[in-house]
Design a protein around this ligand. Structure first.
Ligand code: CAA
Ligand code: NAD
Length: 302
């Protein structure tokens, strides 16, 4: 027991500085929960304007957390707010930041080529011990890692939107991920306050493999004219206890994101009826109706 405690303590002590790449929806959330739990975090994106906007989004979200957690003690709440923000740095030069970091979490655009290029350049500058992780929703971790030498120090850390609220992290390992890396990623997920589950590198891991086909089945139900979007949403909320109906959730995640995921899986497995493209989804994306983020999707948010 003594040995296992000290091993786990040294593993946790190992991840002090975290680099989050991507200051969008997910990157800001991951930065926030890592900083809230006492890690030093540097959030990187391609422009100063984007990182500044990301920082403002973190402040807004952190205020909501403080309001809830410290409603009876505003002084302690302000202290928590200040110390969390002090743990966050922003930068636009990922290579400089990665040269002295323990863990890189990538949360950039869902594009294999771009993710591979990023990791390949970081692999050359990051210290030997640094672990690389991707927050990809649907791409194989093995493919993202393929341009790196450090295959054993590579895995998946899949967070959920909104990150400060959702309690799960999927920890993903592929064939080359070492036991130490997998354990460090699991320890880190728990250190940021999440429950972790262990996943293999299969399409969609656990949650998205079940959730995205379910969302697309709801679209197919609508396309067949079986029920309205509103009625399907009400039915799943009140009849199955989901916090959002499938159309609300698709709008929340982004219709383009869901389309991207399904198109990729359809290419991998064209005979799987659950992965079939949907005309309605294609039409909405072509019209720029991407859900909440664009002001309109299945519902209007204007
Ligand atoms: N930051 C901080 N706190 C937040 C927040 C944020 N971004 N968003 C919500 N909250 C907090 C609120 O402050 C609120 O706190 P109180 O309970 O103290 O009031 C609480 O969360 C609930 O928020 P709201 O009252 O605004 O709204 P709600 O009760 O409808 O909950 C929700 C919102 C948590 C998003 C809920 O609707 C929900 O769980 N929806 C499903 C989300 C989901 O399934 N996500 C997974 C998507 S799939 C994915 O992420 C994977 C992928 O790869 C695509
Ligand atoms: P987003 O579009 O909100 O943010 C992506 C950010 O990455 C942008 O700010 C962009 O400027 C930046 N970026 C792009 N290329 C970059 C590069 N080379 N270097 C640095 N920054 C770069 O996207 P998001 O929703 O935060 O998704 C990010 C990742 O997380 C994707 O892989 C996505 O599949 C995954 N994911 C998304 C969700 C979700 O619900 N949206 C949930 C879980 C996982």
């Amino acid at each position: 027991l003594v040995r296992s405690l000290s091993t786990s303590a040294s593993r946790q002590a190992a991840i002090k500085h975290v680099t989050v790449i991507g200051g969008g929806l997910m990157g800001t959330g991951i930065t926030q929960v890592a900083a809230q739990s006492g890690h030093n975090v540097t959030m990187c994106d391609v422009s100063d304007d984007i990182v500044q906007k990301g920082l403002a989004r973190i402040q807004d979200s952190l205020k909501r957390v403080v309001k809830k957690k410290y409603k009876d003690d505003p002084t302690a709440g302000q202290k928590f707010f200040d110390s969390t923000m002090e743990n966050i740095r922003i930068d636009t030069n990922v290579e400089r930041v990665a040269a002295s970091t323990d863990l890189v979490i990538e949360a950039i655009i869902e594009n294999l080529d771009i993710k591979q290029k990023l990791f390949s350049s970081l692999d050359k500058v990051a210290p030997q011990h640094t672990i690389f992780a991707s927050n990809t929703s649907s791409l194989p971790i093995k493919d993202i890692a393929s341009t790196c030498e450090r295959q054993d120090r590579f895995g998946g850390l899949h967070f959920f939107n909104p990150v400060p609220v959702m309690k799960l992290v999927e920890v993903v390992r592929f064939g080359a991920t070492s036991n130490e890396t997998f354990q460090s990623l699991t320890d880190f997920g728990q250190a940021v306050g999440k429950t972790t589950v262990s996943c293999k590198d299969t399409p969609g891991f656990i949650v998205n493999r079940l959730l995205v086909p379910y969302m697309m089945e709801a679209v197919r139900m609508l396309e067949r004219g079986d029920a309205s979007a509103k009625d399907i949403d009400v039915a799943m909320k009140l009849g199955a206890g989901y916090p959002m109906g499938p159309f609300e959730l698709t709008d929340y995640v982004g219709i383009d994101t869901c389309k991207f995921i399904m198109d990729g899986w359809h290419e991998l497995d064209p005979d799987q009826p659950l992965f079939k493209p949907s005309e309605l989804v294609n039409k909405l994306v072509a019209e720029g109706k991407l859900g909440m983020k664009s002001g309109e999707g299945f519902y209007s948010y204007k």
